[in-house]
Design a protein around this ligand. Structure first.
Ligand code: HPA
Length: 271
């Protein structure tokens, strides 16, 4: 693993010269437009980066983008990797290791999620304050990468409290509906049954999605502060569950995206 990490970071450094990213960003399903706000300096296709897994989902364009957002140097993943695509947890989280070695100091994550909480509606934003990992694996399983972090990382505050409060203030200022949520990660790719949505609500979840948790675990392993935001794309209220299609999820995500983009831009400017 150390060998691959070194090889990949050396390759990227040769491409980006002395560009030093301060913040890492992962853009979720239907949320890739934040990239339009970045003054791009370098773009690398995942398929050209050694050891980088390639995203298989069509609407993921699979690029690592280096540039300025709110005047700050960022590296953004346009197109993230999901467990349901068949990648293992180490592959999914490999780019987070790379970001850390490139000098990233904070990680910003976005995703599309279904609501479990009747107070959280389609089109709202959820600021993630905690999670429940229901994925059947863990990216830290196996030999510990001791140069990056401890065998048994603390997870008492996986999402940075200060950034949560800052994001809520930004949302309030712009009258954007946003509240703190607990995110449940499911393996996917199917959406949940009524009984599964009910179960996830009962165990304490507010929203459910198929990503984010592996990256957040690895970021915490490396003591990298995390901010994560969900765009609520569908309502999994078990009593009145209606069929949802991926197309609807993407459409709602795209519609709510400007609100998320605004919060991320202003939040990054405050760091
Ligand atoms: N369940 C799981 N993942 C999701 C959902 C959902 O309802 N909506 C968007 N991603």
């Amino acid at each position: 693993m150390y060998h691959s990490i070194n090889e990949t970071t050396e390759f990227i450094r040769r491409k980006i010269g002395d560009f030093a990213p301060e913040f890492g960003i992962i853009l979720g399903t239907g949320l890739g437009k934040l990239v339009d706000e970045i003054e791009v300096e370098y773009q690398l296709m995942y398929s050209n980066i050694p050891n980088f897994p390639i995203s298989t989902v069509e609407f993921h364009s699979g690029k690592l983008i280096f540039g300025k957002l709110s005047g700050r140097n960022v590296v953004a993943m346009q197109g993230r990797l999901h467990y349901y695509e068949g990648y293992d947890m180490q592959q999914i989280t490999f780019p987070i290791r790379i970001m850390k070695v490139l000098g990233v100091q904070k990680l910003f994550v976005s995703n599309a999620a279904g609501s479990l909480n009747p107070d959280v509606k389609k089109g709202d934003l959820g600021i993630i304050e905690d999670h429940i990992n229901l994925l059947p694996d863990n990216p830290l399983r196996g030999q510990n990468l001791a140069e990056f972090g401890p065998r048994f990382p603390d997870m008492s505050e996986p999402y940075n409290r200060k950034m949560i409060e800052q994001a809520l203030e930004i949302a309030a200022k712009h009258a954007i509906a946003a509240r703190k949520v607990v995110y449940v990660s499911s393996a996917g790719p199917n959406l949940e049954t009524k009984a599964e949505y009910r179960y996830m609500r009962l165990i304490g979840g507010d929203v459910v999605g198929m990503s984010t948790v592996p990256e957040v675990i690895v970021a915490n392993h490396m003591a990298l502060p995390v901010f994560a935001i969900s765009v609520v794309t569908d309502e999994g209220f078990h009593e009145q569950l209606k069929p949802v299609s991926l197309q609807e999820i993407v459409t709602v995500a795209e519609k709510a995206e400007p609100k998320m983009t605004l919060i991320l831009k202003e939040l990054i400017a405050l760091q």
